[in-house]
Design a protein around this ligand. Structure first.
Ligand code: DON
Length: 344
């Protein structure tokens, strides 16, 4: 017997079938076309300005613009300049946080630092005061400076060198090649990082950092000076998209079970006080750095990175935000999108 709502139910069934339709794969040509289109569209825009609170960053060529998308089956697509290196800056916070999870488990991050958005700038001291006084505990996250310096202090090792080497090796494994430090950037930031030294001292005073805050700030400053190009960053992002296995080298770089927590913190706080806007537009866990890089992760599909130094007011690369948004939306990268719109 046909129900009185037969037409409506029929429509719903049709939509359900449509929603369960198999995921359509993007071809290499479609991916390359999306990268080329974004590169051409944003190559000549003049918005934004290099970070200059670290003097060496003001000297970086603002015209550098490179895009790299690496699929979870290890195919690398590029557009523009993917060879020029910039300093990784805050993008390193993701991998140092992951290193702490590897050594101590994800709960160590929640218990010591917190995983909540501060809604404030990345180097806010008020955010620490507020978390300590008003909220009474670890209510920040490892992607803003106070939480990041604390995370660096938590990396295990018998000496400064051992801690540093394990951080550098971990970043290199994600990139799939041995990375090095840009000494000019390290020296420049070390000479001008009094605010971060104050943040380290405050985190020590409140008991978040247990010992030697000066060393934590020094290693944090060095990790921020790791030199990377767009291809390195794209591969690092793809390793997170591929459940912690570098899809280019085939090496399992981090534990599969820690990847969701890493992505969750990126989604919450990866673009600082603009994280909500970013997630609204793209749905992608991501992380920016004041060197001009942004990485973004479409789980199970691809990692993408753009390098372009001019930043907006929140400290995020202007071209990188625009290019990643366009490319991901063209390739159905948003993990929250209805199933019917998804394609691999
Ligand atoms: O601590 C700093 O100020 C820099 N080394 C890193 C800041 C950063 O990249 C924030 N990013 N958007």
């Amino acid at each position: 017997m046909r129900s009185r709502n037969g037409g409506f139910i029929g429509l719903i069934s049709l939509l359900a079938v449509f929603a369960m339709a198999p995921v359509r794969a993007q071809t290499s040509d479609q991916i390359q076309a999306a990268l080329d289109a974004a590169y051409a569209k944003y190559k000549d825009i003049k918005e934004g300005k290099n970070a200059d609170y670290i003097p060496a960053l003001a000297r970086v060529d603002p015209k550098i613009f490179g895009i790299a998308l690496v699929t979870t089956d290890g195919k690398i697509h590029t557009a523009g300049d993917v060879k020029s290196e910039v300093s990784i800056q805050s993008i390193s916070k993701v991998f140092t946080m992951a290193k702490v999870m590897e050594q101590q488990g994800p709960d160590a991050i929640v218990q010591r630092i917190g995983v909540d958005a501060t809604g404030m700038r990345f180097n806010s001291i008020v955010a620490v005061e507020f978390a300590e006084k008003a909220l009474g505990g670890p209510e920040i996250n490892p992607l803003v400076n106070p939480g990041a310096i604390t995370a660096t202090s938590m990396v295990q090792g018998g000496s400064r060198d051992e801690v540093w080497q394990s951080i550098l090796d971990f970043h290199s494994a994600f990139a799939g090649r041995p990375l090095r430090v840009d000494q000019e950037v390290f020296d420049s930031e070390a000479a001008s990082n009094q605010r971060n030294q104050a943040i380290g001292a405050l985190m020590y005073a409140y008991g978040f950092i247990k010992d030697n805050p000066g060393q934590a700030v020094d290693i944090y400053t060095e990790q921020c000076a790791i030199a990377v190009n767009a291809k390195d960053l794209g591969t690092m992002a793809a390793t997170l998209a591929n459940a912690g296995k570098n899809p280019v080298t085939g090496k399992q770089v981090m534990k599969v079970q820690n990847v969701p927590e890493v992505l969750a913190v990126m989604a919450t706080a990866g673009l600082y006080d603009d994280s909500g806007k970013w997630l609204y537009r793209t749905g992608l866990p991501a992380k920016s750095g004041v060197g001009g890089g942004i990485i973004a992760v479409s789980p199970g599909k691809f990692g993408i990175a753009v390098v372009s130094p001019p930043l907006d007011e929140a400290g995020n690369s202007v071209r990188a935000q625009k290019a990643i948004t366009d490319i991901s939306n063209t390739l159905h990268g948003n993990p929250y999108a209805p199933v019917s719109a998804k394609a691999k």
